[in-house]
Write a protein that binds this ligand. Sequence first.
Ligand code: IFM
Length: 479
Amino acid sequence: MTIESSTRTGESHDYRDSGLEFPTGFLIGSATAAYQIEGAATADGRGPSIWDTFSATPGKIVDGDTGAVADDHYHRLDEDLDLMAELGLEAYRFSIAWPRIQPLGSGAVNEAGLAFYSRLVDGLIARGIRPIATLYHWDLPQALEDAGGWTDRETAYRFAEYTRHVAEALGDRVPVWTTLNEPWCSAFLGYGSGAHAPGRTDGAAALRAMHHLNLAHGLAVQVLREVVPRAEVSVTLNFHVVRGADDSSSEAVRRIDALANRAFTEPMLNGGYPADLIEDTASVTDWSFVLPGDAEIIRQPLDFLGVNYYSTTRVRMWDGVSPRERADGHKAAGGSPWPGSDQVEFLRQDGPYTAMGWNIAPDGFEDLLLSLHRRFPGLPLMITENGAAFDDEVIGDRVFDDQRTDYLRRHFTAAHRAMQQGVDLRGYLVWSLLDNFEWGYGFSKRFGIVHVDYATQKRTVKDSGRWLASLIESRVIPG
Ligand code: IFM
């Protein structure tokens, strides 16, 4: 599924349009994830997750930060719901922390954990905000990791059981569900590079984990169809828009596209792993973890595909200097997130950049949406995450973040252009509602449209948040 560039042949565009109108029914809102905002790590019977363990391990997170308190959202739910209403959000995507529901990852349900999400869902509905629930945004119960984590097939079946508990409790009020958030990160950063929890650095384990995450997705969709037959069901993938550094880079593009994108879209939407992916990784694994019948379980009809997009990636084949010696954040943790394709080199791209060092490329966003539309015709899309980290300027009660507003304007413009070309895009959720715990970067990177002062937990709507509120109110990209 290589993502072709130059969507409108030969045309160059700066994506800084204003005045473009989004149709009624196109959902505009924001997104967060449990571990990044909730805090309250031991409250009301929550069990430990792999991120509690990982962030408590010295050297894993910038400044030794952890999500133990984060935005203290667990205790500030009403205030945060009011904030969402103040911004006029039409939809809010949140994730459910598995260790709050089943502290040990299996067995009895912790009613207090369910009650928190029940209150959240009721609070959203009372404010006219559509709840979109993600079942797994990386916080695997530590007890399951101790038993093998995502490298153990059983974890997929535990996930299906957890899904049933949550769907039975919230399914009467949650109309939209996402099974997994960015399984590429869970598998290849969690078990390959080691940059994410649980921090393992084993390419074969990463591929096993990938398959069991795909299996978990399929099993969870089956449960959701049974328990909440009227709900919309999806998965959220972080697509890599892979560009070749030069004309001879097609092999590098193909390899990374296979590992990053097609490793998930092909089994989930087309019923099997790509032959080239299996070949590329043959020296790492024999793929014996794929059992007869798995392909049928994983391929489930979806109501839409959740798309997370931030920037593009530029690659070429290794030119003689070990890629491990080059600047590439993904390799810093010691392992590689690209099993079987370590000879692919990742190159720094042309700016401008966000505070993450990620290039700003709204054209890549438009290209991605068009490519997905062509590749999976008839499958609606939803932007389940898009946004940017910047070093915001706080002056008194005002947070100046023109760069984030500019980023959002360009990406909303790109989405609008894709829609004009026939892409069935159903909504756009900005990452993130609140500044929060940015995984390995701790609190050093701020993605929020609402600023959080971590010392006082004071929330201040940033200029970008006001810009988004104005877009939601008028349906038109503000000037
Ligand atoms: O913060 C993350 C989020 O949890 C998953 N998608 C990317 C975001 C920015 O890195």
